[in-house]
Write a protein of this length. Structure first.
Length: 117
């Protein structure tokens, strides 16, 4: 038996607002889109998705730390773009012995870590 990870989903209240954050500001490549879901990272075996939270249980998952970390090239430029686009940083870009990291919120308050390594 083979089991693989298909996708990880972040629940949002408004797909258009989510698209403006994840596509326009963060620059994630779109793999597909429907009325309910946008998937990112075409060609990857595992995708990241943002989905409208219709069910009450899913709605409770909006606006939390997702536990998702994205590796970002030129992290300073990406963070500047996010800040200029109105994104809120829970943890600003900082350097540490293991690299640079920031934690940003999408427009629903979902937190995502950004690292350069």
């Amino acid at each position: 038996m083979s089991i693989t990870l298909k996708n990880i989903v972040i629940f949002v209240s408004d797909l258009a607002k989510a698209k403006s954050f994840y596509v326009d500001l963060l620059g994630l490549p779109v793999a597909g889109q429907s009325e309910m879901l946008i998937e990112f990272f075409p060609g990857a075996t595992t995708t990241l998705g943002v989905s409208r939270a219709l069910h009450e249980d899913a709605q409770r998952l909006i606006g939390r730390h997702t536990g998702i970390t994205l590796k970002v090239e030129d992290i300073a430029t990406v963070c500047d773009s996010l800040k200029n686009g109105g994104a809120h940083f829970v943890e600003p870009l900082e350097s540490s012995p293991w690299g640079k990291m920031a934690v940003v919120q999408d427009f629903d308050g979902n937190m995502i870590a950004l690292v350069d390594r």
